[in-house]
Design a protein around this ligand. Structure first.
Ligand code: ADP
Ligand code: MN
Ligand code: MN
Ligand code: MN
Ligand code: MN
Length: 382
């Protein structure tokens, strides 16, 4: 998904992608066949780069009610950069069940995270599952458990850019050229203004069907760039839902033979980068009367940890946080009411109602929500 700061990844070096050669209407005929009581569970996990999503299918004989009803599964970690070849088994623990919008029916998507298998210790006892180093969910879940009383709510704004999968140039841009300057594209309608709406519309319906708390979408300032929002979700649920919403987007883009990039600055120069603003509130900030004071106290704590947060807010973010194009400079922490050039923005209504939420504008589009939400909770609550 080309989100590591470099060029978008190419799966095939050829002019044609296999996906474009297949006729989806033929496949539909088989998709409708009776499943005879079998259920497909698509286990989804984050791969070794920390941004690639992997998945594989397990057949179940009955529909699970909760993730605990699902078997722990495993995969070959040496193929995803998550384990050495000679000891390659990585275990998948199911964490959250979603309906599968691609297979429909009772089929499910299962957000999972990765563990070393239990081993026999010297005293004969069996060790517990141990999170592998790339598992960012486990420490996030731990922090959320500690902060439970404050009921942290999160809402993320996921910006992303659609690319022509052959040329790697933004969808609908003139080949080897540029569209007219930014201005008309944000929240636009019309040919040449909002490119790739088919994918955006399909994504909305798929997220609803899956059970993801999608709260909205909009066309962005740079043409071929879009945003969707997930939330507000409580604690660990934000990370689970956001990762699954990305998985669904990738699967849809695959069917349209289009690339999605979460790169924070896909086109250098006078073109907006892509962010992943994180909106945040807690019981204290939502409390009428004293919430505004609580927000200001939390922001003071965030200021002291600016560098720690930036280090966990996405790779390549320095290309985006320049202080231009509605961003703050990464070199200093700033905040303000209604200020879209600040690190942290507080909504206009907050000082009026004396409570609410605030927006951390620093995370880039390739953020890991498990890392960002953990850092926010650790810095402001723990
Ligand atoms: P912007 O004005 O910055 O573009 P958006 O409307 O795109 O804002 O996104 C706002 C986000 O804030 C949504 O993801 C929404 O779920 C989230 N949100 C709303 N209320 C709260 C709250 N009380 N606590 C945390 N997040 C919230
Ligand atoms: Mn196999
Ligand atoms: Mn937004
Ligand atoms: Mn936006
Ligand atoms: Mn925002």
């Amino acid at each position: 998904m080309g989100d590591d700061g470099g060029a978008p990844t190419t799966l095939f070096g050829t002019e044609e992608r296999i996906g474009a050669l297949l006729d989806h209407t033929i496949v539909d005929k088989y998709a409708k066949l009776e499943q005879k009581g079998k259920i497909c569970a698509e286990y989804v996990w984050i791969g070794g780069t920390g941004s690639d999503l992997r998945s594989k299918t397990k057949t179940l004989d009955k529909l699970p009610k909760s993730p605990e009803d699902l078997p722990v599964w495993n995969f070959d970690g040496s193929s995803t950069g998550q384990a050495p070849g000679k000891d390659s088994e990585v275990c998948l623990i199911p964490r959250r069940i979603f309906s599968d919008p691609f297979r429909g029916g009772d089929n499910i998507l299962v957000m999972s995270d990765c563990y070393e298998p239990p081993r026999q210790k010297e005293d004969g006892s069996i060790s517990e599952y141990k999170a592998i180093p790339s598992n960012t969910r486990a420490p996030c879940a731990e922090a959320m458990k500690k902060a439970e009383k404050e009921e942290p709510w999160f809402g993320v704004e996921q910006e992303y850019t659609l690319l022509n999968s052959v040329t790697k140039w933004p969808l609908g841009w003139p080949s080897r050229g540029f569209p007219g300057p930014q201005g008309p594209y944000y929240c636009s309608a019309g040919t040449g203004a909002s490119m790739g709406r088919e994918i955006v519309e399909a994504h909305i319906k798929c997220c609803y069907f899956a059970g993801i708390k999608l709260s909205g979408v909009n066309a962005e300032v740079m043409p071929a760039q879009w945003e969707f929002q997930v939330g507000p979700c409580i604690g660990i649920a934000l990370g689970d839902e956001m990762w699954m919403s990305r998985y669904i987007l990738m699967r849809l883009a695959e069917q349209f033979n289009i690339d999605v990039t979460f790169d924070p600055k896909p086109i250098p120069g006078d073109w907006n980068g892509a962010g992943g603003h994180m909106n945040y509130s807690t019981n204290s900030t939502r409390k009428e009367g004293t919430g505004w004071d609580a927000i200001q106290e939390q922001i003071k704590k965030l200021e002291k940890k600016h560098a720690v947060h930036l280090a966990g807010y996405g790779t390549g973010n320095e290309r985006r946080l320049t202080g231009k194009h509605e961003t703050s400079s990464m070199h200093e922490f700033t905040w303000g009411v209604a200020n879209r050039g600040a690190s942290v923005r507080v909504g206009r209504s907050v000082p009026v109602e004396k409570c609410g939420y605030y927006e951390d504008r620093r995370p880039s589009s390739n953020l890991d929500p498990y890392v960002v939400t953990r850092l926010l909770v650790e810095t402001t609550l723990l």
